[in-house]
Design a protein around this ligand. Sequence first.
Ligand code: ZN
Ligand code: ZN
Length: 423
Amino acid sequence: MSPRLVACDHCDYLHTEEEIPPGHVARCVRCGSPLYQSQNNSIERSLAFAFTALMLFILANSFPILQFSMEGRSESNTLISGVLTFWNEGFWFLAFMVGLTSILAPLLLILAYIYVLLPLRFGLGFPAIRKVWRILAIARPWSMLDVFLIGLLVALTKLNDFADVIAGPAFYAVCILIPMSLLMSAQLDPREVWHRLAPRGLKYPTTDDIAVFAPSQERWVTCEVCAFVLTGATARRDHAICPCCGARVHHRKPASLSRAWALLISAAIFYIPANVFPIMSVTMLGRTEADTILSGVGALIEAGEWPIAMVVFCASIVVPIFKLVVLSWVYMAAGMGMAGPLRQRTRIYRITELIGRWSMIDVFMVSILAALVKLGNIATVVPGFGAVAFCAVVILTMLSAMAFDPRLIWDRATQKLKQGTPS
Ligand SMILES: [Zn+2]
Ligand SMILES: [Zn+2]
């Protein structure tokens, strides 16, 4: 049998699938992006981590995460306290985003793994199983418990100087839950899941189906959800449906560049109030001070907490600026079909996609402090509009990077190279 086709989702280069040793990742020869990985007993292992993660998730949501004492009074908070505090104070957008990223998306991810992998392992038939696995792809980038943990450490550092803070049982549950859910994803070979979920008798495209070395004569479309390569007449249809997972497939993401630009420009606009307005007001023994993103970093440096100050500085100041600048450059180059270091451009786009979520640290820190420090005039933390604008910057840049189709980096540039026109 001829080898199956695999298209790179970052540059659309076609490869033939080859066996690789377990634990290894196959990468695109053109842009270097990961294509697929191989794991032994991937479903069983991933399922074991998913059950452990579910148990830890229940523990993490049932017990206090931090206990804060000052002047003889104390308060404790749970994972959901930050969401409820934002909601009660009228910060609905923050309540929704913190709830989505620290509770809902991580839970959906764990449940989806169990719902899909359990019947695959034991040969059972659960309804809508392919749809659930498809929805999982949407929930995945919004699960940010690892970022939440760093936010928790920053909050702890800020409180430690003037109050007694004790980590509760949920704190330790979250610390173990994060590696468990990371392993749950890392141990799974998604190809194997889609091969098992695919309709019976589905014919996978092979080198016989396409003129690999004359791509201009043929057209293929890759499903963004399951990576199935559609060839021939189906690929030429405008509204094709993936025969493997049932998702709608597009040659390129529709209106990708204009959507990506619109979201990025909105993020740049929100960046100004995010830095001008305070992200929180801190009342300490009758004195109230407003903290902006930058003054928060300054306060950490003054307190001598250099490592945490560096983390917050990178996540809250360097990463958003880096994302705004780099994404503008990548979109401009793609729109103009600029040649040059396309491989590096793809890699840098991949990095911005990976690091963007870490800017949520400050938003999580405010949610934790506002929920925990509620001792009236002795000590109170109230969220500020700066936190709303900053959260909007993070979300909009993430949505912008998701709206952009990285294959556009290669499309026009390689077309121009083929035609021999300088860019
Ligand atoms: Zn590639
Ligand atoms: Zn598909």
